[in-house]
Design a binder for this molecule. Structure first.
Ligand SMILES: C[S@@+](CC[C@H](N)C(=O)[O-])C[C@H]1O[C@@H](n2cnc3c(N)ncnc32)[C@H](O)[C@@H]1O
Length: 400
C-alpha cells in the first residue's frame, strides 16, 4: 500500500518497501519474505531468562510496574533455589541470564557467585545505588552487560523520579566504566522528563553508546498517571540529536529507534522484542521471580499469567500472551505498520482494560515514529543509527 505521509510503498506482510509510486514487480521474492517474517514472529525459541533474585527494592520510582505488595512482601531466592534454577536453565538451552528487578544488587554476593559458577552470557539491570568499584571490575571482567537507569540529565529531576543519590551513583558508574561496551542506559520517558530527552542525549554522548528511551508503561496506576503528553515530538527530537552527534563522530544510539529501523530494513534481525507481534514474552524470554514464572516482568503480580518453571520451559505456559497477535486486534488488523509496532505492551493493555487484544495506548506515537523512520531511510541516514555492515546479509536493505 502507498503511504502518503511516509511517501513509501510498504507491503506489511512481506516487509517490502519502495520510495516511488512506480513499484517494481516483487512477486518472485514475496513468498520468501513473507515466510521469513512469519517464522520470526511465531517461532518459540526461549533464549533469555530475566531472573529476579529478590522482590525487594531500595528505590521508590512512582511509575514502577512491579506492584507495591510484591515489594513489601520482599521474598528472595535462597542460594540453593537459585542454583537449582540456573542448572535447569542450562539444561533447557537458555543462553542469556539477565539479573533484573526489582533491585538485583540487593543480592549481589549471591548473583556474583552464580556468575562465577554457571557459564551463561550475563546482564544486570540496576539503579546503581549499591554499585561499587569492585562490583564493576567483576562485571567487566566477566564481560557481562550492565544497564543503568537514569531518567534525566539533571540531578533534581532524576532524583525526584528515581530517589535521592541515583544521579550521582549512575554518573560515577558511567565515569568508572568509561568506554565499556557492555554498558547502556535506560531512560523511562514520562511527563516530568520528556522535554529533557534531547538534552539527555547530549549528556550521555561520549559516556555510553546506547540508550533505551522507553515510554512509561501504564501497567501500574502510577505509570498511567505519568504518561508523557508530547511524546512523539520530544522523542523524535532526541532521535535527530543522536544522529547529529553520531555524524559528528560522537556515536550514540537510541535503541528503540534503531529497532524500528531494523524492523523495516531487516525485520528478523530485531533484538528488542516489544514491537514484534506476538511479542517476545514467553516466546523468546521468560521472567523468573520468587513468586513464580511470568511471560515478562511487566506481568509480575498478575496471578492469571503466572506459571511454574517446568511448564514455562516446556512451552505449555503462557498461551494467551504467546498467542496475542495484531491480526486479532480490530484497528491493527489492517494497519500497514502492524508488524513494525506489534501493538505493545500486552501487560500494560491488560492492566488498563482487562483485555489483551486491544490496541496500544501509544498507537499514534508508534505511527509517527515509523513514518519518521521511513524518512530517515529515504534520506539515506540509517547508517547514523545502525551499523549497516552487520546487516549486509539481510534482505530488504538489498532491495532499495
Ligand atoms: C523495574 S527496574 C528493575 C531494575 C533496577 N531496579 C533498575 O532500576 O534498573 C528496570 C527498568 O524498568 C523501568 N521501569 C519501571 N517501571 C516502568 C514502567 N511502568 N514503564 C516502563 N519502564 C519502567 C525502570 O525505570 C528501570 O529502568
Amino acid at each position: 500500500m502507498w503511504i502518503e505521509e511516509a511517501k513509501v510503498f510498504y507491503d506489511a506482510e512481506s516487509g517490502f518497501y519502495w520510495f516511488d509510486k512506480d513499484i517494481p514487480d516483487f512477486s518472485d521474492i514475496r513468498d520468501d519474505l513473507v515466510e521469513e517474517i512469519r517464522k520470526y514472529r511465531f517461532e518459540k525459541d526461549l533464549k533469555f531468562a530475566y531472573l529476579n533474585v529478590t522482590e525487594l527494592c531500595n528505590a521508590k520510582c512512582p511509575y514502577c510496574y512491579v506492584p507495591d505488595e510484591v515489594k513489601k512482601r520482599g521474598r528472595s531466592f535462597s542460594r540453593d533455589e537459585l542454583f537449582e534454577i540456573l542448572g535447569r536453565l542450562e539444561g533447557a538451552g537458555i543462553e542469556w541470564v539477565l539479573f533484573h528487578g526489582v533491585e538485583p544488587l540487593l543480592e549481589k554476593e549471591l548473583i556474583f557467585e552464580a556468575m562465577d559458577t554457571f557459564d551463561f552470557n550475563y546482564g544486570i539491570q540496576t539503579n546503581g545505588l549499591l554499585l561499587e568499584e569492585e562490583d564493576m571490575d567483576f562485571i567487566m571482567e566477566k564481560e557481562a552487560n550492565i544497564g543503568l537507569s537514569l531518567d534525566a540529565p539533571k540531578r533534581d529531576v532524576n532524583d525526584f523520579l528515581r530517589g535521592s543519590g541515583s544521579f550521582d551513583a549512575v554518573c560515577s558508574a558511567m565515569e568508572y566504566m568509561d568506554d565499556y561496551e557492555g554498558l547502556s542506559i535506560i531512560t523511562t520517558i514520562n511527563r516530568f522528563n520528556e522535554a529533557l530527552l534531547p538534552e539527555m542525549v547530549d549528556f550521555l554522548a561520549g559516556k555510553v553508546g546506547t540508550v533505551l528511551m522507553n515510554p512509561v508503561r501504564g501497567t501500574s496506576k502510577g505509570g498511567r498517571n505519568l504518561r508523557a503528553v508530547n511524546l512523539a515530538e520530544n522523542f523524535l527530537e532526541a532521535v535527530e540529536r543522536a544522529m547529529e552527534l553520531t555524524a559528528m563522530g560522537e556515536r550514540i544510539v537510541i535503541a528503540d529507534y534503531a529497532n524500528i529501523l531494523l524492523g523495516i530494513l531487516a525485520p528478523s534481525a530485531r533484538v528488542l522484542q516489544c514491537d514484534v507481534s506476538p511479542c517476545g514474552a514467553g516466546r523468546r524470554f521468560i521472567s523468573i521471580t520468587p513468586d513464580g514464572v511470568y511471560p515478562c516482568g511487566e506481568f509480575i503480580g498478575m496471578a492469571e499469567f503466572r506459571s511454574r518453571l517446568d511448564e514455562a520451559l516446556s512451552s505449555k505456559a503462557f498461551e494467551r500472551v504467546v498467542g496475542r497477535k495484531v491480526e486479532d486486534i480490530g484497528e491493527c488488523r489492517d494497519c500497514s505498520f502492524r508488524h513494525l509496532c506489534g501493538a505493545p505492551c500486552p501487560a500494560e493493555i491488560y492492566a488498563e482494560t482487562g483485555k489483551l487484544n486491544e490496541k496500544s495506548p501509544y498507537c499514534e506515537f508508534y505511527k509517527e515514529v515509523i513514518i519518521h523512520a521511513f524518512r530517515t531511510i529515504r534520506e539515506g541516514k540509517e547508517g547514523l543509527v545502525l551499523r549497516l555492515e552487520n546487516l549486509a546479509e539481510k534482505h530488504t536493505i538489498e532491495l532499495r
